[in-house]
Design a protein around this ligand. Structure first.
Ligand SMILES: [Zn+2]
Length: 276
């Protein structure tokens, strides 16, 4: 099995997307991470899992929705020799724009013409619910609309996961990691002794949240559940010394999680490509 990171680029956000952050502590951590003052860069990664002739794509980046520094997945897939028409399964960790706007073309058709779409039933149910949408702000209503449009392009070839853990492909097991969104789901990729957890959006801003796992982002749908899931996963991968990959861990986003002082963690990046 081979897992390749494919960059979609990055976007920048103000610190206000982390409402719990103490600004002075955040500035200290930005400086310690050699980040410029002001807006924070956030990597947008996607992953390709190849098993023989079978190709599973995990998320699709931001398309044209998050500025000119993002939306590069399609070009980068081609640069890596991966034809969009060869993708058999398109797995989505969740339905936020930075993960789904690359799955359709400018005219709204499927960018991966032969792919079966796979996502958790709870994720689709949440974003399809008109009552949820009506409660939202204008920005949140945009999130609902973009989710619905993206999924609609794959009507008739969508598989919904219904359990907490479920195989997507041989050795590729979906694991529900709820909170950030109701059906947020990661993938455990296992082959022989090798294990990799592609954990989606457990962490958005590595230089802040490994040190302060209690700091969520403003677009976590259920902040308390998000924090509980993040703490559980950090503890698990640190204890099991399991390799992780994350959509916002800084390209390519492969690495390990170590324990640091006072309940903090530290991310240890590992080389950009792994075959096992
Ligand atoms: Zn995201």
């Amino acid at each position: 099995m081979e897992v390749t990171a494919v960059s979609d680029g990055h976007a920048t956000f103000p610190l206000s997307i982390v409402p719990d952050a103490d600004p002075q502590e955040a500035e200290r951590l930005a400086q310690a991470a050699f980040l410029p003052p002001g807006d924070l860069p956030m990597a947008i990664n996607t992953y390709v899992i190849r098993q023989g002739t079978r190709t599973v794509l995990v998320d699709t980046g931001a398309g044209g929705g998050l500025g000119p520094q993002a939306g590069k997945q399609r070009d980068n897939l081609r640069a890596a020799g991966i034809d969009p028409a060869s993708v058999d399964v398109l797995f989505l960790t969740h339905l936020h724009p930075d993960h789904i706007l690359g799955m359709t073309t400018q005219d709204g058709t499927a960018a991966f013409p032969n792919a079966e779409l796979v996502l958790h039933q709870r994720e689709l149910a949440y974003w399809s619910d008109d009552a949820n949408m009506a409660q939202g702000t204008e920005f949140e209503r945009f999130l609902f609309q973009s989710a619905r449009q993206a999924v609609a392009a794959y009507a008739g070839r969508t598989t919904l996961l219904e359990r907490d853990e479920q195989a997507v492909s041989p050795g590729v097991i979906a694991q529900e990691l709820p909170g950030h969104t109701p059906g947020h789901t990661g993938l455990l990729v296992a082959s022989g002794d090798g294990q990799l957890l592609i954990w989606g959006d457990i962490i958005h801003l590595p230089h802040l949240q490994f040190v302060h796992p209690e700091w969520g982002v403003g677009f976590d749908v259920d902040p308390a559940q998000t924090m509980a899931t993040r703490r559980r996963m950090l503890d698990r991968v640190a204890t099991d010394r399991m390799m992780v990959a994350g959509m916002h861990l800084g390209f390519p986003g492969f690495g390990y999680v170590g324990r640091a002082r006072d309940g903090a963690y530290a991310f240890v990046p590992s080389p950009w490509r792994h075959a096992f």
